[in-house]
Design a protein around this ligand. Structure first.
Ligand SMILES: Cc1cc2nc3c(=O)[nH]c(=O)nc-3n(C[C@H](O)[C@H](O)[C@H](O)COP(=O)(O)O)c2cc1C
Length: 534
């Protein structure tokens, strides 16, 4: 499959659009053997058409101007797929690309045909098997409404509906390293579009993703305004640290507002500069002075924070390495992605990874049922526990299951059968079940993701929290504490069964986890902020 890219951006390979074009071609090459040619229009010697019609009458099919156009026309004739790649300039193709388009006249014959309403010329060569793709980015927040003249021109010279398009607004964001999460996601869809294009056509699902805004209009426009590095009020150049802070603030996602303003103070220790960002219900405010009491203070070298923003190091890794510290409320740090995320409101559910949540109840209910019911009556308890184990899967069908949910159900069914078979040994069976429960928690600490992390990640941006070493570290401590509590519980249950305290054991053993639950809630917030302030 022969592919020709006509890169019309005056920036050549540094073009924003070229990133999309490269991804599209990568997609094609995943399923097809390709031969590839590229014309960087800015580097070519292409003169303007002088309108002599010599290519139609004096030397049919050959232009009188001797420049690189001959080689370009040969490549157009050679290619199976032609990709027109350019940034939108004044609602059309950049000037030099228009010159190239004008110079295609030798490919047409002079005669008039009435194929279209406006009239047209037949082609000198058979071009019917060629497929065309137009890939373009533009600077405004959306591509919608900006490509009228581009479409009108290509409709005339390629034919209506005879070409595929990928038009993307907010094109300048493709060069912003700090936003690569979102732009890479988009480029992934462009790649998939390339794959689908050669094997039929771009699916409606991918088309929807391609048509989605990179960022909501308001966020994009705030980022764009902040990026010029000049004050909106005075037009004067601003300090790099302030521009950077404002850009960060401009990514604030209002939907994350939790009913209280957040005053985030950035202290750049190496530059001796500090700024405040106030996150309000209806937007943000960046301040250089008139500071108010901060809710959260980030004390960091500017270079470190820039590296984090550019994705060179993750924020949590930098914190674990003690490259910066945080004072005050830690919530904003734990939920950074929510506060300064893309804020995309119409994000579709990813069908490959449905957004199901885990639920700790799935693990706890079988155990608690067994402990309470079997301590009252081993027959009835055993029977009820088996029924509950069978039912939990049905009741919690909407939740994502973890390995610990499966282990719990299996273990409780096992202990219940033992209680049914050996009722005289209920005390030992109960103690063993506490021990098994405790060991499950302790052993999970030896894995990459400790048990509690699988459940508490729901409150911290889902699975991405598992990449956060501080989050995992905090959960490892908590999981170990829970495990130890249950190992101890198994020991005291074993020794206290048959004593005077025995009737109260079920109550004591179930109050302990409630207290532990309260401690967990507190520790989850306290520990990371304590760690970060050091
Ligand atoms: C001279 C000029 C004219 C532009 N005209 C438009 C325009 O009409 N509409 C628009 O949305 N963006 C416009 N832009 C922004 C570019 O389309 C945008 O920066 C695009 O991402 C550039 O793509 P490229 O890097 O592939 O050349 C213009 C930029 C320049 C420099």
């Amino acid at each position: 499959m022969k592919i020709l890219v006509i890169n019309g951006s005056p920036k050549g390979k540094r073009s924003n659009t070229y990133k999309l074009t490269s991804s599209f071609i990568n997609g094609i090459s995943e399923t097809n053997e390709i031969e590839y040619e590229e014309i960087i229009v800015k580097d070519k010697n292409i003169g303007t058409c002088i309108g002599c019609f010599g290519c139609w009458n004096k030397t049919p099919g050959i232009c009188v101007i001797k420049d690189d156009m001959k080689e370009i026309l040969d490549k157009i004739l050679w290619a199976d797929i032609i990709i027109w790649s350019f940034g939108l300039y004044y609602f059309n193709v950049p000037g030099r690309m228009k010159m190239l388009i004008d110079r295609q006249l030798p490919l047409a014959l002079p005669f008039m045909v009435s194929e279209s309403e406006s009239g047209s010329h037949p082609m000198r060569f058979d071009m019917s098997g060629k497929r065309h793709v137009i890939i373009s980015t533009c600077g405004f927040y959306t591509a919608r409404g900006n490509y009228g003249s581009v479409n009108a021109m290509f409709d005339h010279f390629l034919g209506k509906n005879r070409y595929e398009t990928i038009y993307c607004g907010q094109g300048e964001l493709f060069r912003v390293e700090a936003l690569h999460n979102r732009t890479d996601e988009y480029l992934g869809y462009v790649k998939q579009a390339g794959k689908e294009f050669v094997t039929g056509g771009i699916s409606s699902e991918i088309r929807e993703h391609l048509d989605e805004l990179l960022f909501p209009r308001e966020t994009f426009e705030a980022m764009a305004d902040a990026s010029w590095g000049v004050s909106k009020e005075t037009g004067e150049k601003e300090d790099e640290t302030y521009i950077f802070t404002k850009q960060m603030a401009s990514m604030y996602n209002k939907a994350s507002y939790k009913g209280k303003d957040i005053v985030l103070e950035m202290d750049y220790t190496d530059e001796e500069k500090n700024y405040q960002i106030i996150l309000k219900k209806d937007g943000y405010e960046a301040r250089k002075d008139n500071f108010i009491s901060p809710t959260t203070k980030v004390i960091t070298p500017f270079t470190v924070w820039k590296d984090i923003a550019e994705g060179k190091i993750s924020g949590s890794q930098a914190m674990m390495k003690k490259l910066y510290r945080v004072e005050g409320d830690f919530d904003v740090m734990l939920n950074w992605g929510k506060y300064f995320g893309s804020g995309r409101t119409n994000q579709k559910e990813n069908k490959n990874f449905p957004d199901k949540k885990t639920n700790l109840m799935l693990t706890l209910i079988p155990w608690i049922t067994f402990w309470v019911s079997a301590s009252i009556d081993s027959y009835i308890g055993g029977f009820i526990s088996i029924c509950i184990c069978a039912l939990t899967g049905l009741i919690f069908f909407r939740f994502r299951k973890t390995i610990y949910d499966a282990i719990s159900v299996t273990a409780v069914v096992g202990f219940s059968i033992m209680a049914l078979l050996f009722p005289e040994m209920t005390n030992i069976i109960l103690s063993c079940s506490y021990l098994a429960f405790g060991l499950m928690w302790i052993l999970s600490c030896l894995t990459k993701v400790p048990l509690t992390a699988w459940y508490s990640m729901n409150s911290y941006n889902g699975e991405s929290a598992l990449e956060n070493p501080l989050f995992v570290h905090t959960n490892r401590i908590l999981t170990l504490a829970w495990g130890i509590l249950y190992v101890i519980t198994s020991i005291w249950t074993f020794f206290l069964m048959g004593t005077l305290i025995s009737p109260y054991l079920a109550v004591i053993n179930n109050v302990m986890p409630i207290l532990m639950g309260i401690f967990t809630k507190w520790f989850q917030n306290w520990y990371p902020s304590h760690y970060a302030s050091k």
